[in-house]
Ligand binder design. Structure first.
Ligand SMILES: Cc1cc2nc3c(=O)[nH]c(=O)nc-3n(C[C@H](O)[C@H](O)[C@H](O)COP(=O)(O)O)c2cc1C
Ligand code: SF4
Length: 436
C-alpha cells in the first residue's frame, strides 16, 4: 500500500433498489479515488437482499456485478488521473448481513434481553417492541457462508483486492461473536462463536484464490444499549442484567468497561484462517452511537454524549494499540479520528510512528465525507484546513436515519461541507419528517 491513510467504509444510502450504485455513489467514490488515501474500503454491501438495512444499500448479486465494476473503475480512474498510476492503491469491499437491523425482516443470532425490546436509542419510557425478532437457524447460517463466498468471487471478478467480513455495529456476524448462549454449531465457547467467520474465510479462499486479501471489520467492544432518561439530555445505559453475556469485548461484571481478552483470542482464529487486514471498530450505532462515532452534537432523536468525546477517541486508540501490539505482523486500521478535527493528523502521525507502532493505518470516516482530499493535503502540504474538517455535528447520521423518502431512504452525506447536493437533501429530509 502506497501510504498509511485509509478511507473507512461509509455507506451513502444512495444506491438503486436493485442494489446497484446510484449517481451519488459514483460521485462519492470518484472523490475518494482522488482523496490521496491508498486504502479505500468500499461501504457495506449486502450479500443477500434480506440482509440490507435499507432499500438503497448496495447489494451484490449477479445482476449488480457490472454496475459495481463501473463503480470501482470510476474510483480507480480518478486515482490514476490525479496521481499518474494505480501503484499502491488497495480497494476492499465490505460484505455484510444486517441481521437485527435488516429491513423489513430483522434476524438475530440469539435472543438479547435489551435489544430485542429496544433495538434503537429513544426515551427510557418508550414502549418495548411487542414481537421479538426471529433467531436464525444453523441451516440459514451455513447457506449464508456460501453467499459470502459467492459474493467474494464476484468481488474478485469485479477487481477488488479483497473483501471484508463485517463483524461489527450489531449486525448479524457481530452478534455471533457474543452468541454464548446459542446452542448448535455457531454458538457456545469462543471457537464455536468463531465457526462462521473461520469457515467463511476458508470458503472465500477456495472461491477467490490465495492472493485475495481477507479483511475484517471487527467490533471489539459492543458496550450496552443507551437511552435518554426523563429530563436528561445525556444518554444513560438502559437497565441490563449482570453478569452481562450479551456483547463482544465487554467485562461481564461491568459491561461499561472494555475487556479485550476474547476479541484478541478471536483475532487469533481469524489469523489462522488467513486474515491479512483488520479494521478495528466498536459500538452499535443504533443503540450506543457515542461508542463508534464520538460526536460533538447528536443527530435529532439521539442523546447528548454521556462522556467527553475525547474519552471515546481514547477508547478507540487504546483498543487499536493493544491489538496491534498483540499481532505485530497484522495490518491494523484504526478508527475514531474525526472528532479530533484538524488535530487528527497529529494523532494519526503519533499512532503511526515506527517507534510506537500503535497501528499500521489511520482510517478516516466522517472526516473524509466532509473533506475528501484531507489525506492529499496532509501528505502534500503537511497541513490541513481547519475550516474544512468535519465538526461531528451528525447531519450525515440524521440523513442515514431519514426514511420518509419515495425510495424509503434519504441519501447520506455531509450537508455543512458538501452543500451541493446535501444542503438541499437535508432540507427535503426535514420537510418530509415534519410532514410525516
Ligand atoms: C454516514 C455514515 C456511514 C457509515 N457507513 C459505514 C459502513 O458502511 N460500514 C462500516 O463499517 N461503518 C460505517 N460507518 C462508520 C464509519 O466507518 C466509522 O467507523 C465511524 O464514522 C467512526 O470513524 P470517524 O470518527 O472517523 O467518523 C458509517 C458512518 C457514517 C457517519
Ligand atoms: S455531516 Fe459532515 S460535519 Fe457533520 S458529522 Fe457528518 S461528515 Fe461531519
Amino acid at each position: 500500500m502506497g501510504n498509511s491513510i485509509a478511507i473507512h467504509p461509509m455507506e451513502g444510502c444512495d444506491g438503486n433498489l436493485d442494489g446497484s450504485p446510484g449517481d451519488l455513489t459514483f460521485r462519492r467514490y470518484r472523490r475518494f479515488g482522488e482523496s490521496g488515501a491508498k486504502l479505500i474500503w468500499f461501504e457495506a454491501c449486502a450479500v443477500a437482499e434480506e440482509g440490507r438495512a435499507n432499500p438503497r444499500r448496495l447489494w451484490i448479486h449477479r445482476a449488480s456485478v457490472s454496475a459495481l465494476k463501473r463503480l470501482l473503475a470510476v474510483c480507480r480512474q480518478a486515482h490514476r488521473e490525479r496521481y499518474g498510476s494505480l501503484d499502491g492503491l488497495v480497494t476492499v469491499l465490505q460484505l455484510t448481513h444486517s441481521g437485527r437491523y435488516a429491513s423489513p425482516k430483522p434476524l438475530v443470532a440469539y435472543p438479547h434481553p435489551v435489544l430485542d425490546r429496544w433495538p434503537t436509542v429513544g426515551p427510557v419510557s418508550a414502549p418495548p417492541r411487542a414481537t421479538p425478532p426471529q433467531v436464525t437457524g444453523d441451516e440459514h447460517l451455513e447457506a449464508l457462508e456460501d453467499k459470502f463466498a459467492e459474493a467474494s468471487a464476484w468481488a474478485r471478478e469485479i477487481g477488488f483486492d479483497g473483501v471484508d467480513l463485517k463483524m461489527t455495529h450489531g449486525y448479524l456476524l457481530s452478534e455471533l461473536l457474543s452468541a454464548r448462549a446459542r446452542p448448535g454449531s455457531y454458538g457456545g465457547d469462543l471457537s464455536g462463536r468463531a465457526t462462521f467467520a473461520v469457515r467463511t474465510l476458508q470458503k472465500i479462499r477456495q472461491r477467490a484464490g490465495k492472493d485475495f486479501l481477507l479483511a475484517d471489520r471487527l467490533g471489539v467492544y459492543d458496550g450496552v444499549p443507551y437511552c435518554t432518561s426523563d429530563g436528561k439530555a445525556e444518554g444513560v445505559p438502559r437497565d441490563f442484567p449482570r453478569p452481562y453475556q450479551f456483547g463482544s469485548g465487554v467485562r461481564a461484571e461491568n459491561p461499561l468497561h472494555m475487556d479485550l481478552s476474547e476479541p484478541l483470542r478471536f483475532i487469533g482464529h481469524l489469523r489462522d484462517a488467513g486474515l491479512g487486514l483488520l479494521n478495528v471498530s466498536m459500538g452499535i450505532p443504533y443503540a450506543n452511537p457515542h461508542l463508534s462515532r464520538p460526536y460533538e452534537k447528536p443527530n435529532e432523536g439521539v442523546y447528548e454524549t454521556p462522556e467527553h468525546p475525547l474519552l471515546g477517541v481514547a477508547r478507540h486508540f487504546k483498543a487499536q494499540a493493544v491489538i496491534q501490539e498483540a499481532y505485530p505482523d497484522l495490518a491494523v486500521v484504526g478508527a475514531g479520528y474525526s472528532w479530533l478535527q484538524h488535530f487528527l493528523i497529529h494523532a494519526a502521525a503519533a499512532n503511526l510512528m515506527l517507534m510506537l507502532r500503535r497501528i499500521k493505518f489511520v482510517g478516516l470516516g466522517r472526516a473524509a465525507l466532509a473533506y475528501p482530499w484531507l489525506a492529499r493535503e496532509a501528505l502534500e502540504k503537511g497541513e490541513i484546513n481547519p475550516l474544512q474538517t468535519c465538526k461531528t455535528l451528525s447531519f450525515c447520521t440524521y440523513l442515514m436515519r431519514s426514511k420518509n423518502h419515495p425510495l424509503g431512504q434519504f441519501p447520506a452525506g455531509c450537508p455543512p461541507f458538501d452543500k451541493d447536493p446535501y444542503g438541499q437533501i437535508v432540507k427535503e429530509a426535514r420537510h418530509a419528517a415534519r410532514k410525516n
